[in-house]
Design a protein around this ligand. Sequence first.
Ligand SMILES: NC(=O)c1ccc[n+]([C@@H]2O[C@H](COP(=O)([O-])OP(=O)(O)OC[C@H]3O[C@@H](n4cnc5c(N)ncnc54)[C@H](O)[C@@H]3O)[C@@H](O)[C@H]2O)c1
Length: 376
Amino acid sequence: MQNLQAGLVGAGWMGGTLLKRLAERSDVDVLALCEPNGDRGGEALGCAGLPVSLLTGNYDDIISNPDIDAVWIASPNSAHAPQALQAMRAGKHVFCEKPCATKFSDFRALIEAERANPDLITYVDFILYFDSMESRLRQMVSDGVFGTVAQVQVNYRHPINIAGDKVWKLSKETMGDAIAMGINHALSVMIYLMRSQTGPVGVLATSRPAQIRQFEEDPIWNILVKFDNGGAGFCFGNIENSNGYDAYHNVLGSEGGFVFDSQLERTHKVRYWSARETAGKWVYPLDPDRCAREGRRDFAWPPDTTTPDSGDVVNHQTSECVGHFIECVKSGTKSPLSFTNSAILSEIGWAARMSAATGKQIPLPLDYSAAAEFFD
Ligand SMILES: NC(=O)c1ccc[n+]([C@@H]2O[C@H](COP(=O)([O-])OP(=O)(O)OC[C@H]3O[C@@H](n4cnc5c(N)ncnc54)[C@H](O)[C@@H]3O)[C@@H](O)[C@H]2O)c1
């Protein structure tokens, strides 16, 4: 099969990492990088072992290049939807950093564009989907290890980096909102974890303004998601401040529970119990010695199991998400994280904003007419 011909836009922290991942692959040729900061673009190409001749400051050079099959979008948030729509109109597959849109009207346009172009593969980079602890946890919930899950908490509390020209992350116009900027990672974990058992039917949220840094939008969020089986999900989100990187998870079902605490030592980060699998006793699958001491070596997870412990994208599952998207393109299969398949995550974000502003619970699936009236 021919190599996939790729273009990438935005060679900052995330884009530079994605560029390296693309360059490492033998089934991809990078044909162009669009980056307005020429020095940074040249450096990113150099780090990826690619020629500086691939650099352009004009996104139209990617869009008008008929040889480019797919575009990786890692520019600031407000550029994602306009760049994705342009790429789709030009018949190109789209790998889009989260969030897919900062305006509700753009979000709708993306959904419509995907429906109108069923052959195009789209993907929103909710990268925690590929973390091996998260895949395992999804499987455990689906296998009924914890019975019927009634309560789940997933936090995203992490002071995002606004150094240098990353200061755009303070701007309402460019960042969108704090849920879009990062708290949606926690929501993606919650919704995909619960998906095998139930789906969300409502959102109640509160937020508060910045206390420390000059965020134009509220950086602190408390989001309650109601599920159709009567279960509930809760997310503490804070992109301004935290007690260290906090991606705490707490899952409780009728027959078991699971706790992940990103701030503890590796051996203590994960513990779970299950009436069926552990006879109701807590086990620590990231502590192989303890599993062995307790006579249950079979509970130990492989040493290369990853956990979501930091906001440093360089150590995240960038190879996996790039590989997943390429496999979807090659096989013509829609990603579970396509614009339409992940739309519920954006809907929760829009609903949370509507709820915080009105004090009311907002039903899901989102009423797009009501949301358009609220946001547009
Ligand atoms: N999925 C994840 O885990 C994850 C992690 C980090 C960042 N991100 C996302 O990646 C995106 C980039 O974040 P970052 O931290 O790398 O930011 P960054 O500021 O480091 O990089 C953005 C780059 O885009 C360039 N740029 C600015 N305007 C542009 C435009 N109109 N077209 C093309 N390029 C433009 C800037 O010069 C800069 O080099 C954001 O949307 C962010 O949400 C995702």
